[in-house]
Write a protein that binds this ligand. Structure first.
Ligand SMILES: [Zn+2]
Ligand SMILES: [Zn+2]
Length: 280
């Protein structure tokens, strides 16, 4: 997949699903008082376009190089170091082509889900990573588009970690496009202000009611709750699951005064934080 097809897949998802979600949110909203043209909607459009068009194009080749060339070498060395396999022998075996599409989907689904759980957990746990991830939590009113408010480097770090299975298992270009589309749509699905229910499956698959608690002003576990991406399995296993019958009243940062509201300041925020740390 080249960056053009990746970028266009985002555009199509945005243009096709945007009106659908706007209609659904108008028909059956979770928060009725929330307006379509809510505060900071312009900011979310800005971050969506920046991440999925400009930054995506700029970083696409860096990401391909890192995930397909650098990461396999690093992992081969790590595995060569801790096991008796030589690096060359180890590298020559991958990526493996799986005959069963079903098995391929299952492995990619659960491995990316597992890795994104930990990538997300550490984005909250480590101050350095939080300086990037804080932007995603600065949203005060959640809707279908708000999930795409994320810092470009936050997304890149996330991508690098969850692309690890692609180092070992061969996925076609069409498969990569499908993964990109699925993950773009997932962000709409888990942030939307549309009231839906997955029934019993809602206890195991990620959905907006659970993810809204991730955006709660209050932490219900030490570093936050509901870090899951596709499923809630890892939150349940590692004790970070939290749910109530309703959604939280207050969404956003528990210390909003510590984070700027201006786009330019937000763009440079991780770097200004880093510089301040060095000055100290
Ligand atoms: Zn988070
Ligand atoms: Zn979110």
């Amino acid at each position: 997949m080249n960056w053009l097809s990746e970028t266009f897949s985002h555009h199509w998802m945005f243009l096709l699903m945007g009106p659908v979600y706007i209609a659904l949110e108008a028909i059956r909203p979770i928060k009725r008082e929330q307006k379509l043209f809510r505060g900071e909607l312009g900011q979310d459009i800005f971050w969506y376009v920046l991440n999925n068009v400009y930054i995506d194009a700029l970083l696409y080749y860096a990401r391909v190089y890192i995930t397909l060339h650098l990461a396999p070498k690093i992992w081969a060395r790590v595995i060569g170091f801790i096991t008796p396999f030589s690096t060359e022998n180890f590298l020559s075996q991958f990526p493996t082509k799986l005959d069963s599409t079903f098995l391929l989907v299952i492995i990619i689904f659960f491995s990316r889900d597992f890795l994104s759980y930990w990538a997300h957990y550490f984005a909250h746990r480590l101050k350095f990573l939080w300086n990037f991830h804080i932007l995603h939590h600065s949203v005060k009113e959640l809707d279908w588009l708000s999930g795409h408010r994320s810092y470009w480097l936050d997304g890149l770090i996330f991508d690098l970690i969850i692309s690890l299975p692609l180092v070992f298992i061969e996925v076609s270009e069409e498969g990569l496009t499908l993964i990109a589309l699925w993950e773009t749509h997932l962000q709409f699905f888990i942030h939307t202000n549309y009231k839906y229910s997955l029934g019993y499956l809602g206890k195991w698959l990620n959905n907006n009611q659970i993810h809204w608690w991730h955006h709660s002003v209050r932490n219900h576990h030490k570093y936050g709750q509901n870090f899951g991406s596709y499923t809630l399995i890892w939150d349940r296993i590692f004790g970070t699951y939290y749910a109530e019958d309703n959604v939280p009243d207050a969404i956003g940062l528990n210390d909003p005064a510590s984070y700027p509201s201006n786009i330019i300041k937000r763009f440079f925020y991780p770097f200004t934080r880093l510089m301040n740390l060095f000055k100290k």
